[in-house]
Write a protein that binds this ligand. Structure first.
Ligand SMILES: *Cc1c(COP(=O)(O)O)cnc(C)c1O
Length: 405
């Protein structure tokens, strides 16, 4: 091969058949798997692309914005009834962006004493490093939240139903407290999805979701989202995603957009399966306790029934025989998988050794720990994410796995 020929091939490798196909009429919006966009030539449009001052600046770089990510943002904003949505690389990127973006040194946060471990460590440990003070309370107790407010409180953060304890927070009551105190209410509504619970309509200022869970629903992509007012979402995008870098992959956004199409069908099945499993477990002699907001025995059942249109796909239970029984259960399950995460098509089961966990968390008071243990956890709980399988098969699987032999 001649030298010139090789040079031509090198250029061809980079350029042959690349570039957009403007005439294509694909019904599904294409995946814009690109980091960069052809910029407008020098002038006001280019400045807007680079400085992002307008509401819809031209695309420049995918960390700043991407049509596939934007498509998902538009869907999520519409679903949650928000002015705007910001899609992030993971649920934790969304939680950290809203907390770090809204709080500054000297501010105070009231957050949930026990919730998703990432959010909890962020509030309990990391925010303090930035001069933000934090009070962790049981956010299901409105009085505790009210009592924790200070003159410098800026945010009340609550997760409902909470991970993994399935505690249900009274959103309208917290929204009222937040409104009176002039602070923001941020609700992590991951377990509920926009179909089962409407935090913004109940007065919350921001909703966050881990899209990794039900909204994607297929267990194959991480993602997160914040929904709120146009003005604040625009600022969070600039300061927290563009500068701190937690931007979503367009591929993940594309997968999540596709997953969303079947959300309603999937949630119906998740919810009916969870109810069937909860009822089965409640009557099983090896089971000490079942926690599912749809059961009348759940301490917040009435609130959940008022606030949610259905009770979700998550439940927890405790076994009489404790950890040894759980180890056997994990070995014997065939249809369930022993795995963390939730909202997959497959049913997942995961053991929280809550005693060990609580012992190593230094930022929750001994009193709080005692109460959480007594009221919610015992020495450990099995968390179940019910999948889309037949409820009968799931029940049979647990039944055979819990046989004492
Ligand atoms: C999983 C989860 C998160 C974190 O989401 P990632 O996508 O794993 O970062 C936050 N909040 C809740 C309630 C969760 O279940």
């Amino acid at each position: 091969m001649g030298k010139d020929n090789k040079k031509q091939l090198d250029t061809l490798l980079a350029h042959a058949s690349s570039g957009p196909e403007p005439a294509a009429t694909s019904l599904i919006r294409p995946l814009h798997m690109t980091t960069s966009f052809k910029l407008p030539s020098f002038g006001p449009e280019l400045l807007d692309a680079l400085l992002m001052e307008s509401d819809a600046p031209p695309y420049a770089y995918t960390r700043w914005g991407n049509p596939t990510v934007k498509e998902l943002e538009e869907k999520l904003a519409a679903l949650e009834g928000a002015e705007a949505a910001l899609v992030t690389a993971s649920g934790m990127a969304a939680v950290s962006a809203v907390l770090m973006g809204m709080l500054k040194q000297g501010d105070h946060l009231v957050a949930q004493e026990l919730c998703y471990v990432g959010s909890q460590d962020l509030s309990g440990r990391h925010l303090k490093q930035y001069g933000i003070s934090v009070t962790l309370v049981d956010t299901t107790d409105v009085k505790q939240v009210e009592a924790a407010l200070q003159s410098n409180t800026k945010i009340i953060f609550a997760e409902t139903p909470s991970n993994p304890l399935l505690r249900v927070v009274n959103i309208p009551a917290l929204a009222e407290i937040a409104r009176r105190a002039g602070v923001y209410l941020v609700v992590d509504s991951t377990f509920a999805t926009p179909l089962l619970q409407r935090p913004l309509e109940m007065g919350a200022d921001f909703v966050v979701h881990s899209l990794t869970k039900y909204l994607n629903g297929h267990g194959d992509a991480l993602g997160g989202a914040i929904m709120g007012s146009m003005e604040e979402i625009k600022r969070l995008r600039k300061e927290m995603i563009i500068h701190l870098g937690g931007a979503a992959s367009p591929f993940n956004a594309w997968l999540i957009s596709r997953g969303l199409v079947t959300l309603s069908l999937r949630m119906e099945r998740h919810c009916t399966n969870a109810m069937a499993l909860a009822r089965f477990l409640e009557t099983h002699p090896a089971v000490k306790r079942v926690c599912y907001p749809g059961l009348a025995s759940h301490p917040h059942h009435e609130l959940a029934a008022r606030q949610m249109s259905h009770f979700g796909g998550m439940l927890t239970f405790q076994l009489n025989e404790g950890l040894n029984a759980v180890i056997k259960l994990a070995e014997k399950i065939r249809i369930f998988s022993y795995a963390t995460s939730l909202g997959h098509p497959h049913s997942l089961l995961f053991y929280y050794p809550t005693d060990i966990y609580l012992d190593q968390v230094e930022y929750i008071s001994p009193d709080q720990k005692r109460r959480i243990r007594e009221e919610w956890m015992g020495e450990g709980i099995v968390r179940v994410s019910t999948g889309l399988e037949s409820a009968d098969d799931l029940i049979s699987d647990l039944e055979q796995a819990m046989e004492s032999k």
